[in-house]
Design a binder for this molecule. Structure first.
Ligand SMILES: [Zn+2]
Length: 473
């Protein structure tokens, strides 16, 4: 055998090995994280049985105690009363006496950016996961390309985080934020949308200055391509957007232009006295909500970010302060000084109560209410989602209803039947909480383990690595 032949054979063998390794990695990557991420793992057993648990399943029905949950290869295989579920001999058994299992949270307004920072994806994704959020729809991207890329990296197992359902860049209109897309004409608008749809985008978010004629084009182009449209509205009323066929509306009462005084058609203007004067239980509000419900429009609640502007409530928790970068910490302290000066002003406190009332009524009337964090100020990704739960309870939702809004309803809005509720055949996306959530709303913050597709992550080890890292310039 001559040297040339040896080289050829060696090359063929090495190339085959390389290809095999590549194929192998593709098949197993969803379950096998890159080595550097392994320190965050708590459980990766093939078969896990959780016993003696309190289970809130995400459908809104009452919680059940003494439950067994069995997962196999990332899927829920059985769930039910203790003793009625057969536990396989090779299962790892974990006793959850006194602990609650809820579905993984689905954040429906969960950006990967905050004001001044167009992309905080790496840290934000970890924070979401460590807080029990296993799926996010980002509701507008400040850096859509990076968002798409991170979404793919997480799906491949090269990065930890929630499943990311990315968005196109925000679209607005004349006078709006110049960092967003402001359509020049119909062709420009349709071409831009097509570009992002071709990249795999399934959600478009319109912002406050969008022209009504542009929203009509956006909805038309999106729906033709099986893409959904949601809006943080102002120039367009909820009623107008609903009649145009919008899929989702953000923030609720605070961005309802329908009741502004002296508002011009298609313009974001007019008085906001309604925030202090409107009777939420009045016929005109109920008629508007009924119209949204009949047309299948989702309402996304973002209570925690609103609370962060209420002077007597806008305090960062100690765990939040630990994660903030020095820059954000400084911003927070400056803001707190301004708020301290108006601490006795209850205007925004009362507005928060009205926003809550508007959402509770929409939910009770049968509307598809979802929730999201809309991170900003001192409201961090994930932590703000947890705070939303507590605010829902304050607003009058039962524990089960609040969890339904934050899990099952999100899945419905996303048209997903593989996530959102705990049921046989669904993905094993769930959160184990240390305590009985129905007895104490702060239990939502006491996360023992977060499971995403059957892999158990340790929130403490994730958070330890993020100290001082959120919001670095
Ligand atoms: Zn937002």
């Amino acid at each position: 055998m001559n040297i040339g032949k040896i080289f050829v054979i060696a090359y063929v063998i090495l190339f085959s090995l390389y290809m095999l390794a590549g194929v192998e990695k593709d098949i197993t990557s969803a379950r096998n994280l890159t080595n550097s991420l392994e320190s965050y793992l708590k459980y990766s057993d093939e078969i896990l049985a959780f016993t003696n648990a309190i289970i809130i399943d995400g459908t809104g029905v009452s919680q059940k105690t003494g439950q067994t949950l069995l997962i196999h290869n990332g899927i829920i295989q059985a769930m039910g009363n203790q003793g009625e579920i057969e536990i396989p001999k090779n299962a790892t058994i974990i006793d959850l006496s006194g602990k609650t299992i809820i579905p993984g949270l689905i954040g429906m307004h969960n950006h990967l950016h905050i004001p001044r920072f167009p992309f905080l994806g790496d840290v934000a994704a970890k924070l979401y996961l460590a807080s029990g959020v296993t799926t996010i729809q980002t509701a507008g991207a400040a850096d859509a390309q990076k968002e798409l890329e991170l979404s793919k990296q997480i799906a491949k197992g090269n990065h930890i985080g929630p499943e990311i359902i990315p968005s196109a860049p925000f679209i607005t209109g004349p006078g709006g934020n110049p960092n967003m897309i402001i359509p020049r004409n119909e062709e420009h608008l349709r071409d831009t949308l097509q570009y992002w749809f071709n990249q795999g985008i399934k959600w478009v978010k319109v912002y406050r200055n969008t022209k009504p004629e542009d929203l009509e084009i956006i909805i038309d182009e999106a729906h033709k391509n099986n893409v959904k449209v949601r809006g943080h509205l102002c120039s367009i009323t909820f009623e107008e957007a609903t009649l145009m066929g919008i899929d989702g509306i953000e923030h609720g009462l605070n961005s309802t232009a329908d009741f502004r005084s002296n508002k011009d058609y298609g313009i974001c203007n007019g008085g906001r006295e309604y925030m202090d004067e409107l009777d939420i239980s009045s016929t005109k509000v109920k008629e508007l909500q009924k119209l949204m419900i009949e047309n299948g429009v989702t309402l996304t609640s973002t209570l925690s970010i609103y609370e962060a502007s209420v002077p007597n409530r806008a305090y960062a928790s100690s765990k939040t302060l630990e994660l903030m970068s020095p820059y954000l910490l400084n911003q927070y302290q400056e803001r707190r000084k301004r708020l301290d000066a108006i601490k006795n002003d209850l205007t925004r406190e009362q507005r928060l109560k009205r926003i809550m009332e508007f959402e509770y009524q929409f939910f009770k009337m049968g509307g598809l209410l979802c929730s999201g964090v809309d991170a900003g100020r001192h409201v961090l990704p994930g932590f703000g989602d947890q705070r939303n739960f507590q605010l829902f309870v304050e607003a009058g939702f039962t524990t089960e209803e609040a969890i339904q809004v934050m899990t099952g309803n999100g899945a419905k809005a996303l048209d997903r039947d593989d996530i959102g509720i705990l049921q046989v055949g669904k993905k094993a996306n769930f959160v184990i909480l240390e305590g009985d959530l129905s007895k104490d709303a702060s239990t939502i913050e006491k996360i023992e383990t977060v499971f995403k597709e059957g892999i158990g992550y340790d929130p403490q080890s994730i958070l330890r690595d993020l100290k001082g890292k959120f919001g670095q310039p």
